[in-house]
Design a protein around this ligand. Sequence first.
Ligand SMILES: Nc1nc2c(ncn2[C@@H]2O[C@H](COP(=O)(O)OP(=O)(O)OP(=O)(O)O)[C@@H](O)[C@H]2O)c(=O)[nH]1
Ligand SMILES: [Mg+2]
Length: 325
Amino acid sequence: MPITRRSVLVSTLAAAVVPPLVTRVTGQPGPLRILGVGGGGMNALAAAGPVLGRFGELTAINTDRQDLVRTPIRHTLRIGRASTQGLGAGSDLEVGRGSALEQRNELRALVSGARAVLLLGGLGGGTATGALPVLAEVCREAGARALAVVTLPFYFEGRRRRAQAAAGVEALVQAADQVVLVRNDEVRPRSGERRSLREAFGAVDAAVTEIADATRIGWMLAEQGALSAEGRSMLLRAGTGTAGGPVQAVLRALEIAVRDGSGRAGDVLVHLRGLAPSEHDAAQIETLVSQNLGRRRVVLATTPGAEPTTATVLVPGGSHEAGTA
Ligand SMILES: Nc1nc2c(ncn2[C@@H]2O[C@H](COP(=O)(O)OP(=O)(O)OP(=O)(O)O)[C@@H](O)[C@H]2O)c(=O)[nH]1
Ligand SMILES: [Mg+2]
């Protein structure tokens, strides 16, 4: 696909936006399933429910019975029933992997009929790190695109979790169609703000929500030919930011997404939730992207919402070595 300098402006609700940049989106190409795996994945899924729930069925998957009892997600599936006895994977990814294999047929039934599956999880522990690559494989066997949105642990969580997360990314990239990485350390508080652990993970849940929604929109646009798509094993960098206006929000999101460099070529998806951008805003956003990432086609998608504006950027490429060092 030739790289054009012209932004493509897309309204996710097909509301009127400034022509001639508009490409209309006519809804989802097929059934979508949204799975939150492990403790962190389930919490992120619960937070994402209000945004993602109307686009597909939500299911919480875990080895940990206590977690599954407490979750507000109605549809749950416990894995590793024989091997973990409901007590979690004990931070051992092999146990997480074995747990998914143990319930492989049920997982298969869960995703059958889906056109795509969004897989949410926090890498670093046992359940999500081990189970997600198996799930991705199961999705692909069932003919569904496996789109993973996974977090990398905070630095303070220690070397063992970091190393285990790196192994998880490695396996996931082999198995999934897309892997979108969210680095917890980059989900920063406003400067100088102190926060509790719960608040820190709450901020991660919010970032995962936006990035998962952008991933959903990216899938939709790729299916409609409005966004360049590759086959499998595609790694993406993501960033999200909130500000009073669209351009400022995109700047914040880009600062995060480009930290490891510009990656390789491919369309850049910018999703704006909140105030619709003016044509002038769209031009400025395109300039910002090309300044940070070189000449790329920018696909700008908007979802009307209350102020302030949240911008989320998905950039193909990005090295996971840098992400997990
Ligand atoms: N988004 C989000 N991430 C979390 C949360 N709690 C923990 N995490 C992240 O998820 C990673 C994996 O932890 P868990 O989800 O608890 O691990 P698990 O997959 O359940 O694996 P086991 O507990 O070992 O069975 C952690 O290293 C954290 O970085 C949360 O509430 N929200
Ligand atoms: Mg757990």
